[in-house]
Design a protein around this ligand. Structure first.
Ligand code: HEM
Length: 237
């Protein structure tokens, strides 16, 4: 019963996540960019602009320039999240790829870095007056959701272990449409429930900045308005 419930919820949440993000990305891709508005100084070639977006994605370059504290916590959180997700890949693949196995110990430390990064980002929403003023319920809720997922994850690692083999069979079963029982440990059920909430709210949340950064005209446009005439698609004919 429990397994069937979670299995159906995971299918539904995956559909919402994949469909929702695809829909938002199509919206972003279709949004007209009527003007050349790169933040200067900007690269003058397309390759240069692509490099700039890549540096933004990997290093959070513009955030580094604007605020070192937010950069430190934000970058730490995102790198840790990437490592944690790589570590999680082992629940979804069999056999486990070499580099995923190699990343396992780093993923554990990353769990702590992830919580530390979130704590720093959250503290600033209370401690910095002007950030507190612009913070909304949804800002706090996203931080709470991520912190809840991370803390229940660490809880499974250090406080009350779950049946990892059983969980992996459940996840592989979901992907192969060959349903298997889900271990009914409370921490695991809370961890997975919060993940389901995250998957469903993702397409309507601020977390869309992840795909959105690639569509930001102020970052992805080259500064070539003197060399090429820029025409928005709708203005061509
Ligand atoms: C369906 C998706 C997920 C499953 C099946 C899952 C399952 C698990 C399990 C079984 C553990 C315990 C690992 C152990 O005891 O060695 C764990 C830990 C953890 N999870 Fe998840 N999780 C999922 C998604 C996520 C997401 C989306 C995040 C982050 C936003 C996350 C963050 C963590 C963290 C920080 C830990 C502790 C560090 C670690 O052991 O990697 N999990 N997860």
């Amino acid at each position: 019963m429990l397994s069937a419930l979670y299995a159906s919820l995971f299918y539904a949440a995956t559909a919402v996540l994949v469909g929702g993000v695809a829909w938002r990305v199509i919206e972003y891709a279709r949004a007209p960019a009527p003007l050349r508005i790169p933040t200067t100084p900007a690269p003058m070639t397309r390759a240069g602009a692509a490099g700039r977006v890549a540096r933004e994605v990997v290093l959070f370059e513009s955030l580094y320039r604007s605020n070192k504290w937010i950069w430190l916590f934000g970058w730490m959180f995102h790198v840790a999240l990437a490592l944690v997700l790589v570590r999680h890949l082992r629940y979804f693949i069999e056999p486990v790829w070499g580099w995923v196995a190699f990343a396992q110990p780093f993923g554990i430390y990353a769990g702590f870095a992830l919580v530390a990064g979130l704590a720093g980002l959250w503290a600033r929403r209370f401690l910095v007056e002007r950030i507190r003023y612009i913070s909304t319920w949804s800002d706090h809720l996203m931080l709470a959701l991520l912190a809840g997922i991370a803390l229940t994850g660490l809880g499974m690692k250090y406080v009350a272990h779950t049946d990892i083999i059983g969980l992996k069979e459940f996840m592989l079963g979901l992907m192969r449409f060959d349903w298997q029982p889900l271990p009914a440990d409370p921490l695991l059920l809370v961890h997975l429930s919060l993940v389901l909430v995250l998957m469903v709210v993702f397409p309507v949340s601020k977390l869309l900045h992840a795909p959105g950064v690639f569509f930001s005209p102020s970052r992805n446009q080259p500064d070539d308005s003197r060399e090429r005439r820029h025409l928005a698609a709708w203005a061509r004919d």
